[in-house]
Design a protein around this ligand. Structure first.
Ligand SMILES: [Zn+2]
Length: 150
């Protein structure tokens, strides 16, 4: 099987309206020892807010599960790259105005880029093109069985 067949193809966005965002659920959070109810995004936040004891409500953050691409290395185990997860600081007064974004780290360095939808789509297009180019390089190799016979 060709690696190229395993790469999902880029599809054009459907001309229909996007589905409405999922309603947030109310969950318990602790701020200065006080139990309060806060909205938490349904479907992606994996934080147990009740186990935190925040100093200020602006410190409350929603985080989704992390995804990454394990890259084999010559020595040692794989290095995980393209680490990404959903994030939102709903009560922070920053450039995101409390809106969710995708946090992206090239490698596990802690240097996080905060990406919104348009930039995320552009990066995803670049990453897909890179993977297709990588798969093209791989297809230029002789089959493993052929190489072993040489
Ligand atoms: Zn949450």
């Amino acid at each position: 099987m060709s690696v190229l067949h395993d790469v999902p193809t880029q599809q054009s966005p459907a001309p229909t309206a996007p589905p409405p965002p999922a309603s947030p659920r109310l969950v318990a959070a602790m701020v200065r020892g006080q139990r309060i109810a806060v909205p938490c995004p349904t479907g992606w936040c994996v934080v147990d807010h009740a186990t935190e004891n925040l100093t200020d409500l602006s410190d409350l953050a929603h985080y989704g599960a992390r995804i990454s691409l394990p890259v084999p290395q010559f020595s040692g185990g794989p290095e995980h790259v393209l680490i990404a997860y959903m994030a939102q600081w709903p009560f922070a007064r920053d450039e995101h105005r409390g809106l969710p974004y995708v946090a992206l780290e090239a490698c596990d360095s802690g240097d996080v880029t905060e990406i919104r939808k348009t930039a995320g789509r552009a990066f995803a297009d670049q990453a897909l093109a890179h993977i297709v180019a990588f798969a093209s390089l791989v297809e230029q190799l002789p089959e493993d069985a052929e190489r072993a016979a040489v």
